[in-house]
Design a protein around this ligand. Structure first.
Ligand SMILES: *Cc1c(COP(=O)(O)O)cnc(C)c1O
Length: 366
């Protein structure tokens, strides 16, 4: 018996009747892009996040890029990003025409901190883009205060943090605007690509609505040079079903995380995720660190346990960013994390017996 990293078939099976009915409703409606289904989802997801606006878009990368473009951030501007993140955070900045300026994270929480951000601020800085990495909200209050002092926008990359809370407020309402991804493996996942921008900023919301649909509010009257970054009705209908289960599925992830934390409490060399008191993470990933990470990964593979490294190559060392000029050693903590992190199986359908096989195999390795 194998233990998969994430069981998306089980997720479909649990909701099959409702998802199939939602799909049939849209297919028979004759309306497939934007429209009422998307609008209802936007209203529901905005309410869930505790914000005024949600704009459904094509994916998480586009969500982040459209926020930047909506704020007029582009050529000649700098945006502060984590050095340790999925490359989409950086790509959104690059595609908007601005320059991503990386900062090292906290070693304990893997998220960026105000003191590191402050050192990276220049006269060109326009925004800071904290990532709620692995489902753990960044320490936003000091970042928000710093940004306010320097006139910067705070843009959350919330692609891994649907439902996470910081001091009681959900991710998506912790900055000026936030980008979500509904990639199938995310905590709120579509059955295809999808994403959303959420914000309390009326002007930004209107601008992103224009940009995602060819720059037009009225068909064929184009007010800005927009793009095609629309959410389709089928995905919106699937997301509406899955949104009703998000809190419960996040609770199951929390239960699985608690079981891991308990089982691994006394294992030498194994570093466990740290949760600060003001944060309620949603465990998109359960990431441990080990000095012999590659050996541990091989050992688990041989035991039939699937693991993934998030992420093996930090953006500054990827070939895509050779033009940044950053050499190995430029961001030592980020590089050390990249060589020691390992994500264990995690998800709402990870059964206790399967999880016991993971903890048993990790223990035997130690
Ligand atoms: C998934 C992800 C994205 C991009 O989302 P897509 O829908 O795949 O474009 C951006 N940032 C982070 C941190 C992510 O995990």
């Amino acid at each position: 018996m194998k233990v998969p990293f994430l069981d998306l078939q089980a997720a479909y099976r649990e909701l099959q009747e409702e998802l199939d009915a939602a799909g049939r409703r849209v297919m028979s409606s004759g309306w497939y892009i934007l429209g009422q289904e998307v609008e209802v989802f936007e209203t529901e997801f905005a309410a869930y996040c505790g914000v005024r606006h949600c704009i459904g878009v094509s994916n998480g990368l586009d969500a982040l890029e459209l926020i930047l473009r909506g704020y007029g951030i582009g050529a000649g501007d700098e945006v502060i990003v984590p050095a340790n993140t999925f490359i989409a955070t950086w790509l959104a900045v690059s595609r908007a025409g601005a320059v991503p300026v990386p900062v090292e994270p906290s070693e304990l929480t893997h998220t960026i901190q105000a003191d590191q951000v402050e050192k990276a601020i220049s006269s060109r800085t326009r925004a800071v883009m904290p990532v709620h990495l692995y489902g753990q909200p960044a320490d936003m209050e000091p970042i928000r205060q710093l940004a306010q002092r320097h006139g910067l926008k705070v843009i959350e990359d919330a692609a891994q943090a649907h439902g996470a809370r910081y001091r009681g407020q959900r991710a998506g309402g912790l900055g000026d605007a936030a980008g979500f991804s509904f990639y199938p493996g995310k905590n709120l996942g579509a059955l295809g690509d999808g994403g959303a921008v959420v914000t309390n900023d009326d002007e930004l919301a209107a601008q992103v609505r224009l940009l995602r649909n060819y720059g037009s509010q009225v068909k064929y009257y184009n007010e800005v040079k927009g793009c095609n970054a629309r959410l389709d009705a089928l995905q919106a209908a699937f997301l509406r079903v899955k949104l009703t289960r998000l809190d419960e599925w996040n609770r199951r992830r929390q239960t699985a995380a608690d079981r891991y934390l308990q089982a691994f409490a006394q294992i030498p060399h194994l570093i466990l995720p740290e949760v600060p008191t003001q944060a309620e993470p949603v465990w998109h990933l359960f990431v441990v660190r080990h000095p012999r990470r590659d050996e541990l990964k091989r050992h688990l593979t041989q035991a039939g346990i699937e693991t993934i490294i998030h992420y093996p190559i930090p953006p500054h060392l990827s070939r895509a960013y050779t033009d940044s000029g950053a050499k190995p050693g430029a961001y030592p903590l980020t590089e050390q994390l990249a060589s020691t992190v390992l994500s264990l199986p995690m998800g709402p359908h990870l059964q206790p017996d399967a999880q016991d096989r993971v903890t048993g195999a990790v223990r035997r390795f130690a």
